[in-house]
Design a protein around this ligand. Sequence first.
Ligand SMILES: [Zn+2]
Length: 679
Amino acid sequence: MSRPILATAVAILLSAVAVPALPAQQQSRPLDPANLDTTCSACQDFFTYANGGWVKRTEIPGDQAAWSSFHELQDANFRALKAVLEDAARTAASTRDADQRKLGTFYANCMDSAAVERAGLAPLADELGRIAAVRSGKDAQRVLARLALHQVPAGFAFYSTPDARRSERTIAEISQSGLGLPDRDYYLKTDSSSVALREQYRIHVARMLQLSGDDSAAAARAADRVLALETVLAQASMSQEAQRDPEAVYHLTSLPDLGRQTPHLDWPLWFRELGVPAPAEINVSQPGFLAAVDSLLGTLPAEDWRHYLRWQLLNAAAPTLPSAFVNQNFQFNGTALQGIREQRPRWKRCLQLTDNLMGELLGQAYVRRHFSPEAKARALEMVRNIQAELRHRLGTLTWMGEETRARAYRKLDAMVNRIGYPDRWRSYAGLEVKREPLAASARRASAFEGRWDLGKIGKPTDRGQWNMSAPTVNASYNTSRNAITFPAGILQPPFFDPGADDAVNYGGMGGVIGHEITHGFDDAGRKFDDRGNLSGWWDSTDNRAFAERAEVMVRQAGGYVAVDTLTVNGKLTLGENIADLGGVLIAYGAYRRSLAGKPEPTPIDGLTGDQRFFLGWAQIWRGRFRPEFARMLVTVDPHAPNAFRANGPLANMPEFARAFGCKAGDPMVRDERVRVQIW
Ligand SMILES: [Zn+2]
């Protein structure tokens, strides 16, 4: 399990714009006064005070669902990566560097839209043929396995992961999946906008099936069946918030037991199709969900499986297919779901696809050009200072008993810091990339990914392996590896600015570092010990004290309106909100400690060091979101909306109130009785 600072799904959706923007490196001032709105009091709404100027003058680009500091940085990264890929594509035919050739050839295949149009659905013909031949639940299962190998999680997802209770070994895991909409709630909610969106989805599925050869009446009937099947899967799915409990999704099951629980699933057949040896045990994250799939395999007419499997294949492959598919896919997933108006230019989509399918190849080329050992050293120093501060704070907590505290120290000391890029890059030696239509090339790459992932089952866990590519603008904490990850892509302004005063860097990157470290101790992360094993290392009194304090946070977030009348789900966002509060607190402490023995920093632009620290935090959350996208995030994203991420933690900090002269009763000052105090 990995906890990024932004939802991974969102990070994938994040992409760049066509409008010219200054590369981040050229932004002249670490805190631009023009970004502020000083007509709003810092004590009323700090997000608006800090970012109101930026919000007023910033338009969300037409090809984006949102625009934020993360997007600005990703835009700059995309420009850098474009140059990397264009060079690779230009020299692909002549270079002796096999990695460069693969990267360049894949990107060239993607950019060759004429070849994509000419090929049509030919690259999927074999798979479509297998689907058309499905006559039984067993046939359907055979196709499900092939889709799983290509990382299309139809029916359920099957992959490798460290065993939550014995993280030194990697096991197979099965999770609920198989929906075409972002979450089970989209199928189950009965309010008028949910009903309308489902209707749009039904039409979308029908159009995709029509594009693949059905007449319109057949496509409409098939779409009805797809929606019916997916609704059954949605009904059997666990809610997002229920899945946050790591114990609720841990059911290590022996293969014979699994066979008994799922009589319609032929597991020997499954593993034969995947080409991996059958493991002795599998973690079934949601046994109730798998039972529902099993029962469908026993009862659903083969025709329904054919519709569903064809839809799942087309849906997953859509970005690699001719423009009719790409446009239809965009109309629903871009416009209807997220409010995006225009398609991103082809090179950005190709860049994203290359990053998704061969991230460590692209990452190597990126860091060679764009990441310096100095940046790594400075970031690492900041990480160590912030870890030292958390160690100090753990020592002062009055609610934590000595035994739990000793174990918390041990966990903090064992935490692995991963900065910039992996120590050891993955090998792509077995990946064949040649000039061919994109969909064929993408299938080869996804099967390579699938085999690589499944090949880890039964092996010792590789603790050095990353879950984000180096150019990614994001950061994460990995519970099983007890590791924090800061890719090169995020170690730039406005998060980390070598030219900025410490206050701004501690508020920005320091807060993010503190956030990731705190995930090791949030409502879910705290259940894993120093080795990354799910275990009850907390004393029961401490457990209770933590839960009581966390409950105050659930209520704070739950009182915040995200969009329209939708409020933040305090339980779903609990871990992230704890991490945000812990992150700022620790970063602030580390900042103050860095000043020990030095004079208070001279104000810059009339702002004191402490004020600049808090502005450094708030400015990384500057952003605007389309309402459609904001609504989607409330349902699927464990992160609260940006304005809450800026304001929520600070309203719990007397240090913030002091820095800006805020008084009791101000909206940015929470009364002591409802103030969240955990770390
Ligand atoms: Zn996080």
